[in-house]
Design a protein around this ligand. Sequence first.
Ligand SMILES: [Zn+2]
Ligand SMILES: [Zn+2]
Length: 131
Amino acid sequence: MLKNCDVCGKVFAHPTRTLCEECYKEAQARFQAVKDYLQRNPGATVAEVAEATETDVDVIYQYIREGRLSIVPRDAGLQCELCGASIQIGRICSRCLGKLEQAAGKGPVQESRKEADDSKVRYLDQIMRRR
Ligand SMILES: [Zn+2]
Ligand SMILES: [Zn+2]
């Protein structure tokens, strides 16, 4: 299938890409440069990364939103989707993650078992009283 490159407009053929071979390679190299820079400078800001790698700030934010960077710039503004706390990586902060794990794990099970025991005791109580 023939299409026009998103960047340079050149006609090319590829099933999934939106960039021609040249622009695709350039985009890959750019992403690699941003990733490498952050690995060497984990505390860098978006502006610093943009300047050092000659990459547009918007492009860096796009990488962050797409979750492609394992290390994000210090001021990337990544927030927990549940409580809004600022986080360095992922979509949910460790505190909310802990709560979710607790909710999915033993917490509620113990609760219902306790309730079952309580009603059993009450039932026995009734039987005892009847006698
Ligand atoms: Zn192109
Ligand atoms: Zn949270």
